[in-house]
Design a protein around this ligand. Sequence first.
Ligand SMILES: [Zn+2]
Length: 368
Amino acid sequence: MRVFQESLKIGELATGQDLTIPIFKLKALHASGPSVYIQANVHGAEVQGNAVIYQLMKRLEQYNICGDITLVPLANPLGINQKSGEFTLGRFDPITGVNWNREYLAHDIDLVDWYQNNKTLNDTDLIHAYKKCLLESCQSRLQSEWGITTGHQQAVMLQSMAHQADIVLDLHTGPKSCKHLYCPQYDVQAASYFSIPYTLLIPNDFGGAMDESIFCPWWQLSEHMKSTGREMDVPVSAFTLELGSQENIHLEDALADAMGILAYLSHRGVIAEKVEPVDMPRYACHLTDYKKYHSPLGGMVEYLAKVGEPLAAKEPLANILRIDLYGTDKALTQLSLNQDCVPILHFASASVYQGTELYKVMTNVFEI
Ligand SMILES: [Zn+2]
């Protein structure tokens, strides 16, 4: 294995300095397996993915890699440096207000027309041609004569690198969160390799996130081909790994997640050595059963339900303290849900407006 370090310019500051991100390219001596792209920290406060990349690189030094691996930590320098007081903001572009992970490009490709023109190609050549088409679409977006927003430019440059790989992992965290995985429905068996107890099975809908920007175009192609009577598996795998809570670096935990990633890469033939997944129960629900609970009132919050632990219907979720109403029955309100769930994450702050997304919970959970 050879390791190359590069730096990619993804923007420019008002004072003229370049915004750059570090890129590590691990090149296989004889590439025979799938190629991999892993990025971290697109949301500024979600720093743990950098620690996972550190542990991955340390472990990969001991393995024989059979596929090229591109690692992009610190993928959003503007977001990572967007501090306010003790906290990192960095979830939304401060100029446009757009979530940094909703900036990826939806390709405007006429699939019916494209397939009509390319259907005589065998699968290998078809995949090559479609990948080229996706990369050209990114390039033309980047070179628009009308320019491109800061966030969109950064995202599409990252997306261009990711489109070149067969396996794409986007490392995030929740606010206060247990570990969970966003996994496309067609790839559910992959969830049994990562060291992650909860999986959200997502459909073929593009909402602007990195993982969807990678698998949606291929899933659509595969579905269209199926409708014409030709079977082709979706040739890319893309996942978002939510590795616990934001504003947290934990090296031992990062090693556990790196080993889960290595178990998946071993299964896929990216590394020659056998790395077994951790033997642990894993659960899932469909995205439609992943519910947001918005606070019915404003106030101070005591979060009672632990993330990652099943919560029975009517069990307490949180207390809302309204000290201004002391002496009335509204001073303390206990919140609960009418159905069983598993709380996956909750809001990071202990004070909320009415309507704040207080918890996100999985319902209709099943073992996978
Ligand atoms: Zn995130």
